[in-house]
Design a protein around this ligand. Structure first.
Ligand code: GN1
Ligand code: MG
Length: 362
């Protein structure tokens, strides 16, 4: 199949080196190297992304807008086949090819506040450059993706349908989720607040979705399938979820999960250096809440998947999704415990930013 796909782009499989990537839970990704240049080939998981053409059209619209308004911005969009198609449809699914950005690399763990700053800045830049683009023109490749209300309803359904044994094993997690229902209440208030805008939001801001150059400066963001209208807390929240703890969502030893507060400051500075002047006061007030929102939602998603016999994320070992849920719950507890410190960090950083010239970089 790969040979057939590559042929659509004028590439000969026999002359390519193909290497499969293991990152990401949803799509399949390969690096393709020819004698002259390298590419990234991706197969869209169309059990999850039911309308791959929506993704393709979204990326096409954004590409044109950015090319016209900000021609220097590095936007990694799918490249056209010899027939001019950016999405190749086969009996085996949907594929697209990207140019590999030479001199770039990705990282899987955030080791320094500098990396967190760079990543946050890139995600902020992405939303800022697109703040003049009418977000509502975009399709929703995953409708209700970050709709916490729906995720909660799905969780209740999963509890209703789960086997007794899985329910028993998940008891403590279920109690925690129910006890923190206030996070859902806040989300519902946000949805009704006209001062909190729908923007072009990435919706998957993990560190491996940022390209870095050789001097570890952020170059751009990638993995744009979930780009759609949304609230900025989705992006900041997922950075908080995935950058603050030295141990990631796969860690089963919960004692390794804790909050690196200097990394929170780095996210704040990086994101604000781009989006600080675009966000309303009502939006800014949600900066810390963004972590509650996304960590809680991810805990619910892993837990629901465990209760549903791992049909969404899959499981590499017994109780994998239960461990992931417990991991996220621990992270949320740790995050809630340092709330006051985070408030103080925001206040101090606000002062620093006023004095620095970060805001002036536009
Ligand atoms: C999925 O496929 P990947 O790893 O980029 C998921 C995210 C979750 C993440 C958790 C479409 O992202 O929402 O946060 O796993 N994407 C989808 O690791 O469900
Ligand atoms: Mg993704």
């Amino acid at each position: 199949m790969l040979a057939f796909i590559l042929k659509q782009f004028g590439l000969n499989y026999q002359h390519c080196t193909v290497q499969q990537f293991d990152s990401g839970l949803i799509n399949k990704t390969w690096k393709i190297q020819t004698q002259y240049k390298s590419y990234i080939l991706q197969k869209i998981n169309n059990h999850i992304f039911k309308k791959p053409r929506d993704i393709d059209e979204n990326l096409c619209m954004l590409k044109h807008y950015l090319l016209e308004q900000f021609p220097d911005y590095l936007f990694v969009a799918p490249i056209a086949s010899l027939n001019g198609e950016t999405l190749i449809t086969t009996t085996d699914g949907y594929f697209r090819l990207f140019n590999f950005v030479e001199g770039s690399h990705t990282i899987n763990y955030v080791k320094t506040p500098g990396e967190a700053f760079e990543a946050a800045r890139q995600f902020g830049k992405f939303s800022r450059l697109l703040s003049g683009f009418d977000a509502e023109k975009l399709a929703y490749p995953l409708p209700n993706f970050h709709n916490l209300n729906l995720r909660y309803t799905q969780f209740i359904e999963a509890c209703t349908n789960a086997s007794i044994s899985r329910l028993n094993q998940a008891k403590e997690c279920i109690n925690f989720i129910e006890a923190h229902h206030d996070i859902l209440n806040t989300f519902n208030q946000i949805k009704n607040n006209k001062l909190i805008h729908n923007r072009v939001v990435h919706h998957d801001t993990k560190i491996s979705n940022v390209l870095f150059n050789d001097s570890d400066k952020g170059l751009c963001v990638i993995d744009l399938d979930t780009v759609m209208p949304g609230i900025y807390i989705s992006d900041v929240g997922d950075m908080v979820r995935t950058y603050l703890s030295p141990a990631n969502e796969e860690e089963a030893d919960l004692s390794k999960i804790f909050i690196r507060k200097d990394f929170f400051k780095a996210i704040y500075k990086g994101y604000y250096s781009e989006m600080g002047s675009a966000l309303t006061k009502a939006e800014k007030d949600l900066f810390i809440y963004s972590g509650h929102f996304i960590i809680y939602m991810q805990a619910i998603r892993f837990l629901s998947d465990f209760l549903n016999n791992d049909i969404y994320y899959g499981a590499k070992y017994l109780n994998h999704n239960l461990n992931r849920a417990n991991n996220q719950i621990t992270l949320l507890k740790e995050y809630l415990a340092v709330n006051e410190d985070l408030e103080a960090i925001i206040q101090n950083t606000e002062e620093e930013l006023k004095d620095s010239n970060l805001f002036k970089i536009k």
